[in-house]
Design a protein around this ligand. Structure first.
Ligand code: PMP
Length: 444
């Protein structure tokens, strides 16, 4: 199995030269917050699959919903003019769930990248319907991550996710991320930094012309860019700027949706109502690929009142509203609500923040620790004064040694990324921190 796996699978994140020599980790089983590899080693999954397995690996209600739906109807297209019971039920559940954010419709997709792509396309369509066809540009944050499709790659704010695919979508502009540890203003006060970034956003809008901008997209907490937690006032400031200039706001909640930050969404965390939200990942807790673009009242009304051809939706997916995925989603949402995973993420998030502070105090290689609820990053540096990022070799060494100590983590740049299942206990947090501490010691 190892030999076969090593060749034909073109591992999306393991192809770079520095990772080619590393055999893939072959995971055979999962239970609760643990996964077991082909050698029978069981480790705590501090990544929660890939930021998505919020309910852990043995959620019986989701498994049952999937098998029941497979028996009843394994597939029917949810594309234009057809739908299935589970897709209707899940759309209803999602609009109830995200009512405080103002979401009234759910457009189903096959995952997060699709959800982002659909949101960008819907934004352009919206302005055509409104007779403002010049509003085509997009604003986004540096360090943001919005998936792998060309639209998403274009709004991505990290050179690593962009440079191999250029030329990307024209008319996309990035503003500095409100990141206290590293920012172009050398500002460490979070509130002042948020104001500086907001001023940069205003400046870019004035320069471009507000009437040329379709939408601003941001993650409420920037995930893949290294868990950058914006200051408390930033998303609200951005919303105010969007309102002032008539720009749509898209909140990319592929990671932050469904409780990860300790609130049911990142928008709710910051007290903001976006015009659209993109969700995926934990919508099924990873048990089935599914995503959705959620649409607020203003956009829904425009599409539904429209009599031109602009509202024709040319971006349905074969698996839009997949009945098995939607059945998994309905069950995952019910379990998520029953277990109050938002409250657990907030409480265990406090434990985790304490543990991270201790790791920073104990290990000089830790330059910064950042977390909100149960999403966290440990940023490693060559030395704290220069903040020079730790090199790839060191990062791989830490990840391997942490695995040896019984904890699976992932590396993104010079960050160790943590996004464990939200069913985590206090004891699990302690074990996670011990494993990472052992990993850091082994690599120093
Ligand atoms: N947006 C954000 C904020 C993400 O974190 C991701 C995936 N990590 C995506 C979009 C893309 O989602 P997917 O991998 O399901 O296509």
């Amino acid at each position: 199995l190892v030999e076969n796996n090593a060749k034909p699978i073109w591992h999306p994140m393991a192809h770079p030269a520095e990772m080619r020599a590393q055999p893939p980790r072959i995971i055979m089983k999962g239970e609760g917050v643990h996964v077991t590899d082909i050698d029978g080693r069981t480790v705590l999954d501090a990544v929660g699959g890939l930021w998505n397995v919020n309910l852990g690996y043995s959620c019986d209600p989701i498994k049952k919903a999937i098998t029941d739906q497979l028996d009843a109807l394994p597939y029917y297209s949810g594309f234009r003019g057809a739908s299935t019971g589970p897709s209707i039920e899940l759309a209803y559940e999602l609009t109830e769930w995200f009512k405080p954010e103002g979401m009234v419709r759910a457009f189903f997709t096959s995952g997060g990248s699709d959800s982002v792509e659909s949101a960008l396309r819907l934004a352009r369509q919206y302005w055509k319907i409104k007779g403002q066809a010049d509003r085509t540009k997009f604003l986004a944050l540096k360090k943001g991550y919005h998936g792998t499709h060309f639209g998403g790659a274009s709004v991505n704010g990290n050179a690593n996710f962009r440079r191999n695919y250029e030329p990307l979508l024209p008319g996309v502009f990035h503003i500095p991320a409100p990141w206290t540890y590293r920012n172009p203003f050398n500002e460490t006060d979070p509130i002042k930094l948020a104001q500086l970034c907001a001023a940069a956003m205003e400046d870019e809008i004035t320069f471009q012309g507000a009437d040329t901008i379709a939408a601003f997209i941001m993650e409420p907490v920037l995930g893949a860019g290294g868990v950058i937690v914006p200051p408390d006032n930033f998303m609200k400031l951005a919303r105010e700027i969007c309102d002032r200039h008539g720009i749509l706001m898209i909140s990319d909640e592929v990671v932050t949706g469904f409780g990860r930050t300790g609130a049911w969404s990142g928008s709710r965390l910051w007290g903001v109502k976006p015009d659209m939200m993109t969700i995926a990942k934990a919508i099924t807790s990873g048990y089935f690929p599914l995503g959705a673009t959620l649409i607020g009242e203003k956009i829904a009304e425009a599409f539904e009142a429209d009599t031109t051809s602009f509202s024709s939706i040319g971006h349905g997916y074969t698996y839009s509203g997949h009945p098995v995925g939607c059945a998994a989603g309905v069950a995952a949402l019910a379990e998520t609500r029953r277990l109050k995973l938002d409250e657990n993420a907030a409480a265990r998030g406090k434990d985790l923040a304490d543990a991270l502070a201790q790791l920073k105090a104990r290990h000089p290689s830790v330059g910064d620790v950042r977390s909100k609820g149960l999403m966290a990053a440990i940023e490693l540096v060559a030395d704290r004064d220069s903040k020079k990022p730790a090199d790839k070799k060191t990062m791989a060494k830490v990840a391997d040694a942490t695995y040896e100590a019984g904890v699976m983590v992932r590396v993104s740049g010079n960050n160790i990324i943590l996004s464990p299942p939200l069913i985590l206990t206090s004891a699990d947090v302690t074990r996670m921190a011990e494993g990472i501490s052992a990993g850091l010691s082994a690599a120093s």
